[in-house]
Design a protein around this ligand. Structure first.
Ligand code: SF4
Ligand code: SF4
Length: 415
């Protein structure tokens, strides 16, 4: 795709990279076939090829307005289009390059600006998110059912093992996950401890930055990334084996630190190192390691579950099948294998900002998962879990919690 960028864009820090991405697209349209929003709306501008044309026009200097904003806002950033693209177009990177300009150029109504500001302030701060969730839990009994569904269930995290192994992983504790479901990281620490690795919490760790980044506020994301790098660096220099995250969305964001801070001379090298060290739970706890540590399990002895693979696991981290293999080694029977490539509608804050499309995608996904009659749904990202849990008829859990609880001889923490 030929692109002649406006002089002020061509000469900016995003110009060369944006132009290279635009040129890599041969406008074949294969990507439209896998795009969830194109499948629902049937509008070229709600598919990846049409959105690339909209971004190209913007970068070439055409005036953009609410129409461009609306069609780009409807994108889930699920990256299914990237997995299908024969030309390797870095679609998501292009959107992240463009979003800050779009936020500057096209003003949103005051109410929407305020809502987005609150999302960034509350959901990317573990303390504020925890306070809001705590308040919701305190008054859940007074809330109408449709609001009570938004309050995540409270579960005892159980014990976090003291560090005792030479091999150590640094934990990105997370913001929403740490507040809504602290048992996930504790379960990961227990499983890793049994496998010979200590998962350690590092003071000063903050949100990975994904939330502001995907809302078009890359500068805020950079501030989070720098704080995390500063917090982890002494432990990395001391030999930490990786930076662990149990949420695939956060793991994908850690991988983006290299791009995010590429223009920062003080942080670019350390950001690239952290991106290399990023280790999602699906890579930190593998089927092979579980098979070596666990006695052979009768297939299905731990239960029948459906695994919902998050888009960030499939299309950003490119780790299809890893969690499924680990769950089978741990004794779970998987009830569903096919038809899970597209987004469940969660997509970070998307379910709050685009509820109609998000709910439609969730309804389709839950109906599909229900055909296998699972006892529970497992996933690998807190956003997907909370989104599905609101309407699911069966419990929705993180897969590492299930592996922890199915471990032979392990006493389950109380619900
Ligand atoms: S599949 Fe790739 S090359 Fe083809 S239109 Fe989509 S982004 Fe462009
Ligand atoms: S990221 Fe997902 S929603 Fe956005 S254009 Fe690509 S496939 Fe469609």
């Amino acid at each position: 795709m030929r692109a002649i960028l406006a002089p002020e864009i061509a000469g900016s820090t995003i110009g060369p990279e944006a132009e290279a991405i635009l040129r890599s697209c041969v406008h074949c349209g294969f990507c439209n076939a896998v795009c969830p929003t194109y499948q629902i709306r049937g509008d070229e501008r709600d598919g990846p090829r049409g959105r690339i044309y909209l971004m190209k026009a913007m970068l070439e200097g055409e005036a953009v307005g609410e129409t461009t904003q609306r069609h780009l806002d409807r994108c889930l950033t699920c990256r299914a289009c990237e997995s299908t693209c024969p030309s390797g177009v870095r679609y998501a990177r292009l959107t992240e390059l463009v979003k800050p300009k779009l936020e500057r150029d096209v003003a949103r109504p005051a109410g929407k600006r305020l809502f987005r500001w609150l999302l960034r302030r509350v959901m990317s701060d573990a303390g504020r998110a925890g306070a809001l969730i705590g308040l919701g839990r305190a008054v859940r009994g007074l809330l109408p059912d449709r609001l009570a569904r938004w309050v995540p269930a409270s579960r005892d995290p159980g014990a976090w093992p003291e560090p005792r192994h030479a091999r150590r992983l640094l934990c990105l504790t997370g913001c929403v996950q740490a507040s809504a479901a602290p048992r996930i990281n504790a379960a990961a620490a227990r499983v890793l401890d049994r496998l010979g690795t200590s998962l350690v919490r590092v003071p000063g760790t903050v949100c990975c930055g994904a939330l502001p980044y995907h809302l078009g506020h890359a500068d805020e994301a950079r501030t989070f990334a720098r704080a995390n790098i500063d917090a982890w660096w002494p432990a990395i220099e001391a030999g930490a084996a990786g930076v662990f995250s149990a949420s695939s969305g956060c793991s994908a964001m850690l991988r983006d630190y290299a791009d995010l801070l590429a223009d920062d001379p003080h942080y670019c090298e350390r950001a690239a190192r952290v991106a290399e060290l990023a280790l999602d739970a699906s890579s930190a706890v593998t089927a092979a390691e579980l098979a070596a540590a666990l006695p052979s399990q009768t297939p299905g002895c731990a239960g029948r579950i459906a695994f919902q693979p998050p888009c960030t696991l499939q299309h950003a981290l490119r780790a299809p099948g890893r969690v499924e293999a680990a769950l089978e080694v741990a004794g779970f029977e998987l009830t569903q294998r096919a038809g899970l490539e597209s987004c469940c509608g969660s997509a970070g804050t998307y379910s709050l900002l685009q509820p109609e499309l998000a709910n439609e995608l969730r309804t389709r996904r839950l109906a599909h998962l229900a055909t296998g009659a699972p006892e529970a749904i497992a996933s690998a990202n807190i956003g997907c879990m909370l989104h599905l849990e609101r309407e699911s008829n069966v419990p929705v859990r993180h897969w590492i919690e299930l592996v922890d609880e199915a471990w032979p001889g392990r006493a389950r923490p109380s619900e």
